[in-house]
Design a protein around this ligand. Structure first.
Ligand code: MG
Length: 202
């Protein structure tokens, strides 16, 4: 039987791994000394799928009184350091390896993330799932980020896909996949991803 899709293009944070609370906790930790208060609900509703570099000026502008965003951005190395430590034991779902093993029988697999490479590759390696993916597109690989179509178009080109399924949890990510002309599967939280993907592709 012909598979419905020739590739599955996975977003990383919130899709392959329940990492958004970790990103959030690290930003809270490094920005609190500067007087920034960041509520999880607000962060979840406005900043998922947004590159750190694009998020920080928005956070600075919304602080009362507004802060100089460059002072906040100076904390970026600390945030990355914090996240690196928390991702040493990455919280991948236990059934993820089996899902990827099943999917790769009939599909090319790729990761398409706005996060920088050092926030993605080491976690894939630590979780022993890096080898399932023929391409890992990260923030550095395209000038324009989600919601622009560029990251998904690049990944599709890299794996030679013409009819891929995009798997996404954020508004910018969904918009990016649709702008690329691909079908998009929305994931409300990473724990439900394997079942939803199996339902859609098999
Ligand atoms: Mg995401």
């Amino acid at each position: 039987m012909m598979p419905r899709f020739d590739a599955i293009l996975f977003d990383f944070d919130g899709v392959l791994i329940d990492s958004e609370p970790l990103h959030y906790a690290c930003w809270v930790e490094v920005l609190a000394p500067l007087g920034v208060k960041l509520e999880w609900n607000y962060y979840r509703d406005h900043y998922l799928g947004v590159a750190d570099r694009e998020m920080i000026p928005r956070i600075a502008a919304q602080t009362d009184p507004p802060l100089d965003w460059t002072a906040l951005w100076a904390q970026y190395p600390s945030k990355r350091n914090c996240l690196r430590k928390r991702l040493e034991h990455p919280p991948f779902l236990p059934e993820l390896s089996r899902l990827l093993e099943d999917l790769r029988q009939n599909h090319k697999l790729a990761v398409v993330s706005t996060s920088v490479r050092v926030e993605v590759e080491p976690a894939l390696e630590a979780g022993q799932i890096r080898s399932y993916f023929e391409a890992v597109v990260t923030g550095e690989n395209t000038e324009k980020h989600k919601p622009a179509p560029d990251p998904y178009l690049l990944a599709a080109r890299m794996v030679g896909a013409r009819n891929p399924l995009v798997v996404e949890d954020s508004e910018p990510g969904i918009a990016s996949g649709r702008a690329a002309g691909f079908e998009v599967l929305f994931i409300p939280n990473a724990a439900r991803m394997p079942a939803l993907v199996r339902q859609r592709v098999m």
